[in-house]
Design a protein around this ligand. Structure first.
Ligand SMILES: Cc1cc2nc3c(=O)[nH]c(=O)nc-3n(C[C@H](O)[C@H](O)[C@H](O)COP(=O)(O)OP(=O)(O)OC[C@H]3O[C@@H](n4cnc5c(N)ncnc54)[C@H](O)[C@@H]3O)c2cc1C
Length: 374
């Protein structure tokens, strides 16, 4: 039987993962990208991404992230790249914080290696965090961070090694089903494939009608004090999400020994991927400066680097992983609402299932496109 010919539109985290998983199964893959991945104009850049298991967004994500860990390790092995560092994760806040309560719920539902630390324990173990009397944290042991640019590169390398193609600088204008196959149209070409996966991140609405909102997100790297670096290394400083007054700020250990990345989760301005403001103003960094000085020890107010990224949000902040309602040869994935990276290989494998069999054994019932009335 001839190999399935599949086009993947978009080669960010989700498209690259789909291409990798499909190519591994013997499909003939062509990935189209309007930019040159890995690039910093979409959602899959910025040095680090959190992966964690006690998933406060909903316990239904836990089996998926557990599978993703294995697939990330497989990718490391296949590619020879180091991509995943385990640090544990701290969800810090008052006992009633959504992240704290949700992480505990997921941990109990799935019997995870996670426990609650009180303020004294937190101060003792993590002196780089400024802890108030009513703060607690869930320590999620099965957690750490991924290197997004290296991960996308590793997946692209696997696609190419498995005889797939990545076409850069090509904008897909239309994806349309025909009797003989699904036609992918660019400015220059029209090509027919057996199936097409749309993984266009913030540009998804150009090709598939979904009620998505694109949110601009700022990441900032703060200089750390010379004597603070030792407390903020991956060995001693878990990735963290800290919720104060309903606002979540997350951070990473230092990767270069001189700076630490923090960013606010959500709360960014709504934008469009074509017109997004790419420069970061000093005023936008002020809330992060305040966070750094209020809640972290050993971190200065000097920002050494900043970057802009996009969240592609659904109304309920759950993903979309589904077949096109009119044609099962078209699959749409992503709309990850700012928390998708960690799942990329399992999302890619689900897309490969949907392309190959029209269904998957994973429970993706929450991620249907039809849950939104369009
Ligand atoms: C600041 C920030 C922090 C985050 N932190 C985390 C985290 O800690 N943990 C976590 O799990 N997730 C995190 N996320 C979310 C995660 O990074 C995203 O969910 C994920 O990267 C989305 O990948 P994607 O492939 O869907 O989108 P993208 O990376 O945007 O890729 C889409 C690709 O499609 C291409 N494209 C679009 N339209 C077309 C077209 N018509 N023709 C050809 N190519 C096209 C684009 O050029 C792009 O390369 C974060 C996101 C941001 C922005």
């Amino acid at each position: 039987m001839a190999a399935l010919r599949v086009a993947v539109v978009g080669c960010g985290a989700m498209g690259a993962a789909t291409g990798w998983r499909l190519a591994t199964r013997g499909a003939q893959v062509v990935c189209f990208d309007r930019h040159s991945p890995p690039h910093s104009l979409g959602s899959s850049h910025g040095e680090s991404r959190i992966i964690r298991t006690a998933y406060f967004e909903g316990p239904w994500y836990v089996p998926l992230v557990q599978e993703a860990f294995q697939l990330w390790r497989d990718l490391e092995q296949e590619s020879g790249s180091h991509l995943l560092t385990m640090t544990g994760a701290l969800m810090i806040g008052p006992a009633s914080a959504t992240a704290v309560v949700g992480a505990q719920t997921a941990a109990i539902a799935h019997g995870l290696d996670a426990h609650v630390l009180d303020a004294n324990e937190l101060r003792r173990r993590y002196p780089a965090h400024v802890i108030a009397g009513d703060d607690v944290a869930v320590l999620d042991v099965q957690a750490g961070f991924l290197l997004p640019e290296d991960a996308v590169s590793a997946m692209i390398d696997r696609i190419v090694a498995l005889d797939g193609e990545v076409r850069r600088g090509v904008v897909v204008k239309d994806v349309s089903p025909h009797a003989e196959g699904v036609v992918v149209a660019t400015d220059e070409t029209r090509e027919t494939f057996d199936a097409v996966v749309i993984a266009a991140g913030p540009w998804t609405s150009e090709l598939f009608p979904l009620p998505l909102s694109v949110e601009r997100q700022v990441m900032a790297w703060f200089e750390i004090e010379a004597d603070g670096a030792g407390r903020i290394t991956p060995e001693r400083f878990p990735v963290f999400i800290r919720e104060t007054d309903g606002v979540g700020v997350y951070g990473m250990p230092t990767l270069d020994g001189t700076s630490l990345k923090i960013a606010r989760h959500h709360g960014g301005e709504l934008t469009d991927p074509q017109t997004i403001r790419r420069e970061v103003t000093d005023a936008e960094l002020d809330p992060l400066r305040t966070f750094a000085t209020t809640y972290l020890r050993g971190v200065t107010t000097r920002v050494t680097r900043s970057a802009v990224c996009m969240y592609t949000n659904t109304p309920d902040e759950d993903f979309v992983l589904d077949l096109h309602p009119d044609d099962p040869r078209i699959v749409v994935i992503s709309a990850c609402s700012g928390h998708g990276f960690k799942f990329a290989p399992v999302v890619g494998d689900i897309a490969a299932d949907l392309v190959s069999y029209g269904r998957t054994v994973r429970d993706i019932s929450r991620f249907s496109a039809s849950r939104f009335s369009l």
